[in-house]
Design a protein around this ligand. Structure first.
Ligand code: FMN
Length: 388
C-alpha cells in the first residue's frame, strides 16, 4: 500500500448498475467446478473471523455425496464492537441473497438460510419482504433454490457455526465436537456451507467482476477489501470499507484522535495492539486477522476496565459446556480483580497468563480458545494499569 493512509473503497454498498438476480443468472451458466476454481483463485477468505478460504469450503461441501445440502449465512454478529453485517443487511440485502444463491447452485443445495442475531429482529419485516421478491426472481431464472430467515435469541455462542446449527434445530446452542466439520455434517447432519454475511457479498462481487479485479486489491495473503466497524475514541466512528494490508499505524493515522494508545483488533476476542507495535502490525492474515471490529482507546481509558469488561462478557456468554472455558473465564476475571485490589501480587498475572494459554488449547470452541488473545495482549502491554 503506497499511500500512508488506508485506501477507502466503496464496492460493498454500491448498488448502482448492479442487478443481483441478473448476476446469479449469468453465473449459473458456468459449471459449479468453474465457480469453485474462481473462488479459490480469488483468494477470498472468510470475513467472519477465522479466515477459512471460501472456495475450499464450497469445494468440500460440493464434494459430499448427499441429496440434502444447505447454505447458511451467519448473521449472528455478536462480537462486541462489530456492526458491519447489520449495515450490509440493511442497505444491500439482495447482494447477500445473491451470494447465498450462487453458493447454493455451486454446492448443490436447494435451501439457504440467514441466521439473524436476535437483537436485529427489527430488520426481519423488510428482509422477509425483499426475500419474497428475490425468491420469485430465482424461480423466474429457473434456479431451484429458496432462502428463508431464521432468528437467534441473542446468545454470542450461537455465532459459532455448530452451536448455530444446534440453535436452528431447536436445541440449546452449544458447540459440537469437531470433526465432523460442517462441510460434512452441519445443519440437520447434512453437508453445509456456512459463511459470514460479508463473505457472501464478496463472493457475489467476484462472480460479478471476476477474480482479476478482486485480486488487484489487498496483499498476497489478504486479498480484497474489508468492511470495518470502527468505534471507541475516534472522531470517525462507523462503517468503512478499506483495502486490506494496512498497518495499525496507517489505520490510526486515519481514524485516531491524536492520542490513541491501543487498538483492539477483531472485537473482544481479538488482540490488543499497543502504540509501540502500531507500525509493525499488519491488519490482515499475515499480521493480526480481524472479523472487522476496531476499537480505539486513548489515554483517558483504563485498560484494566477494558479487560474487565471483556472478561465479564466472556464469563456471561460462555455456554458452560466445557470446564476450561466455564471455569477459566471466571478465574481470569476474579484473578485480575484480586491483583487490582492488591490481594494478589503482580506475579500472579504470570499464572493467569498460563491459564489463558491453557484455555487456548483446551477449550472446546473458539469462544474459550480466543479469550487468551485480549488477556495476554492487554496484561503484557498494560501491566502497570492492571496492578494495584
Ligand atoms: C463464539 C463465536 C462466535 C462467532 N460469531 C460469529 C458471527 O457472529 N458471525 C460469523 O460470521 N462468524 C462467527 N463465528 C465464526 C463462525 O464459527 C464461522 O467460522 C463463520 O461463520 C464462517 O464464515 P466465514 O468462513 O465466511 O468467515 C463465531 C465463532 C465463535 C467461536
Amino acid at each position: 500500500m503506497e499511500n500512508s493512509r488506508p485506501k477507502r473503497v466503496d464496492t460493498i454498498f454500491l448498488m448502482e448498475g448492479v442487478d443481483p438476480i441478473k448476476v446469479v443468472e449469468t453465473t449459473i451458466k458456468k459449471s459449479p467446478d468453474d465457480i469453485i476454481l474462481e473462488m479459490i483463485d480469488s483468494g477470498l477468505k472468510g470475513r467472519g473471523g477465522a479466515g477459512f478460504p471460501t472456495g475450499l469450503k464450497w469445494k468440500f461441501t460440493r464434494n459430499e455425496d448427499s441429496y440434502d445440502k444447505y447454505v447458511i449465512c451467519n448473521a449472528d454478529e455478536g462480537e462486541p464492537g462489530t456492526f458491519k453485517d447489520r449495515e450490509i443487511l440493511d442497505r444491500v440485502p439482495e447482494k447477500v441473497f445473491a451470494g447465498l444463491a450462487i453458493c447454493g447452485y455451486t454446492i448443490g443445495a436447494r435451501e439457504g438460510f440467514i441466521y439473524l442475531r436476535g437483537e436485529y429482529n427489527f430488520l426481519l419485516p423488510a428482509l422477509n419482504q425483499k426475500l419474497d421478491v428475490f425468491n420469485e426472481g430465482l424461480k423466474k431464472i429457473g434456479l431451484n433454490f429458496t432462502i428463508q430467515m431464521r432468528s437467534g435469541s441473542g446468545a454470542y455462542i450461537c455465532g459459532e457455526e455448530s452451536a448455530l446449527f444446534e440453535s436452528m434445530e431447536g436445541k440449546r446452542g452449544e458447540p459440537r465436537n469437531k470433526p465432523p466439520y460442517p462441510t460434512v455434517a452441519g445443519y440437520l447432519g447434512k453437508p453445509t456451507a456456512i459463511n459470514n454475511v460479508e463473505t457472501l457479498v464478496y463472493a457475489f462481487m467476484i462472480a460479478r467482476i471476476g477474480t482479476e479485479q478482486f485480486k488487484e486489491m489487498g496483499t498476497k495473503d489478504s486479498r480484497g477489501s474489508k468492511v470495518f466497524s470502527i468505534s471507541g475514541d475516534t472522531p470517525k466512528a462507523g462503517i468503512s470499507e478499506l483495502e486490506l494490508g494496512m498497518t495499525v499505524q496507517q489505520f490510526v493515522d486515519e481514524f485516531g484522535d491524536g492520542d490513541t494508545k491501543a487498538v483492539q483488533v477483531g472485537g473482544a476476542s481479538g488482540g490488543c495492539v499497543p502504540r509501540k507495535l502500531f507500525k509493525d502490525t499488519i491488519i490482515g492474515y499475515e499480521g493480526i486477522p480481524t472479523g472487522g471490529s476496531m476499537m480505539l482507546f486513548n489515554s483517558s481509558r483504563s485498560m484494566y476496565n477494558v479487560l474487565h469488561d471483556y472478561l465479564e462478557f466472556f464469563t456471561e456468554e460462555s455456554c458452560g459446556q466445557c470446564t476450561p472455558c466455564r471455569v477459566g473465564c471466571q478465574q481470569l476475571l476474579k484473578g485480575i480483580e484480586a491483583v487490582k485490589r492488591g490481594e494478589k501480587s503482580p506475579l500472579y498475572l504470570q499464572d493467569l497468563k498460563k491459564l489463558a494459554k491453557t484455555m487456548k488449547v483446551a477449550a472446546k470452541c473458539g469462544l474459550g480458545q480466543s479469550v487468551a488473545n485480549p488477556f495476554i495482549s492487554i496484561v503484557s502491554n498494560f501491566k502497570e494499569e492492571i496492578i494495584y
